[in-house]
Design a protein around this ligand. Structure first.
Ligand code: PLP
Length: 424
């Protein structure tokens, strides 16, 4: 079965020179369908960092069930807007004054384009204000759309143990309401959304490697933590949304006669990621969920019980030498994923099945030895297909993606890098 897939890949890509990256569209669309099914009835905002290919992002966004982009930097969002995207939320705070000024100009000139920036502190509001003050000296006053990032971490033992990504300092509904008041008090900002990303659920597989006979201890601990965290977050997220809505309501009734920019309610409440679609989408307070990684199905997403994405994004490296029996060396390969520096961040040999990295050398800068009996069946010039541990980072290594459909390469599309863009 695996060998048939290898043979199919080799036939389809026979004309390409490795290294190259390939996306299996059959797998990608099956993955997209599964994400939509898991998120239903909530729409999915596409995490662009996990795709990093404009052509594929546009194709995904044209499918039912997907609405808008969760961008990773403001310059990226402005670039996507220059290519026609109209609904962009920048998921991480920006300190890029120039990009904020460009956003003010864009907002004044093309009001239909909705680019929303993320905030979680007064300091960020001040920075935005200062950037806008300069923009408005020679432009019409623009009202920037902002979204509050609510911490989705799980606090236990009275707050002494905090599980989750270290992101927003806004944790309680009261803190969210206070930040909402501060935003509404500024005439140049419109509060349009709340986002909270539960990394400890969405980005942490609940079947970590290691447990052969039933769930390992670690898997059991992760599952228990995730269940408790999801329960706590659902209550706190709903309370934070209600507190912010109430603040917006009070502000719009007290300033209804002024020229205030505030609308009377939030436009969206965003949450979750590929690994948490079911639980996040089931929350009444959440209006949309985010996903991206589940499309490419990278290595780290093999470790979830609720879903099994098909490996859609692969990269092929050529066999260039044979150090001895049971080992071949391929060119390149050291495409490590971001995050804590452990084995899980290494690329995974995928096809032909039965190859593994060398524990001394890992994946190398210019060459990677691969071990296993199957190595002896490979000739110099044959290709080995690997999977990146994460999704979009692969695209920082290749300038294009070759698109495979059935038995044929049907297209070649540029990655962000291939379009000369390097945002992070
Ligand atoms: C804010 C935010 N939302 C959602 C996600 C989930 O993205 P994915 O589905 O690609 O894991 C991430 C990933 O890091 C994120 O930072």
């Amino acid at each position: 079965m695996a060998d048939a897939t290898y043979e199919r890949l080799e036939r389809a890509t026979a004309e390409l020179e490795a290294p190259f990256a390939v996306v299996d569209l059959d797998a990608l669309w099956a993955n997209a369908e599964d994400l939509v099914r898991r998120a239903a009835p909530k729409p999915i905002r596409l995490a662009s960092k996990s795709v990093r290919c404009r052509a594929l992002q546009e194709r995904v966004l044209a499918r039912p069930g997907f609405v808008g982009t969760l961008a990773f930097t403001l310059p990226e969002a402005l670039w996507l807007a220059s290519h026609g995207a109209e609904d962009l939320v920048v998921a991480y705070p920006t300190a890029d004054r120039q990009a904020l000024r460009a956003l003010a100009v864009l907002t004044a000139e093309r009001p239909a384009v909705r680019v929303t920036v993320m905030v979680d502190s007064l300091e960020q509001l001040d920075l935005i204000d200062r950037a806008l003050a300069r923009a408005q000296s020679d432009r019409d006053a623009a009202v920037l759309r902002v979204c509050i990032d609510l911490d989705a971490g799980w606090w236990t033992l009275g707050g002494r143990v905090r599980i989750g990504a270290k992101r927003s300092p806004i944790h309680t509904p009261e803190q969210a309401a206070a930040l909402a008041r501060a935003i509404l008090a500024r005439g140049d900002l419109a509060l349009v959304g709340i986002m909270s990303y539960e990394a400890q659920i969405a980005g942490l597989g609940d079947t970590p490697p290691g447990g052969r006979i039933g769930p390992s201890l670690r898997a059991r601990a992760i599952r228990a933590m995730q269940a408790l965290s999801a329960r706590e977050l659902a209550v706190r997220r709903a309370a934070a949304v209600a507190a912010v809505q109430q603040t917006i309501g009070e502000s719009s009734s007290s300033s209804s006669s002024s020229s205030s920019s505030s609308s009377s309610s939030l436009e969206f409440v965003n949450g979750g990621g590929t690994g948490s679609l079911e639980s996040t989408a089931s929350e009444g307070a959440v209006t949309e969920v985010t996903a991206g990684s589940g499309l490419y199905g990278p290595g780290l997403f093999d470790a979830y019980r609720a879903f099994t994405p098909r490996p859609a994004a692969l990269f092929a490296l050529p066999v260039v030498r044979r150090p001895g029996s049971g080992v071949v060396t391929v060119l390149g390969g050291g495409y490590l994923a971001s995050g804590p520096a452990d084995r899980a961040r290494l690329p995974r040999p995928h096809l032909p099945a039965g190859l593994r990295l060398d524990s001394q050398e890992g994946a190398g800068e210019v060459q990677t030895p691969l071990l296993g009996a199957v190595a002896d069946t490979l000739a110099i010039g044959d290709r080995v297909y690997l999977r990146h541990a994460k999704a979009g980072e692969l695209c920082e290594r290749f300038s294009s993606l070759h698109l495979l459909e059935g038995e044929r390469i049907v297209d070649e599309v540029p990655t962000y890098r291939g379009e000369g863009q390097c945002f992070l």
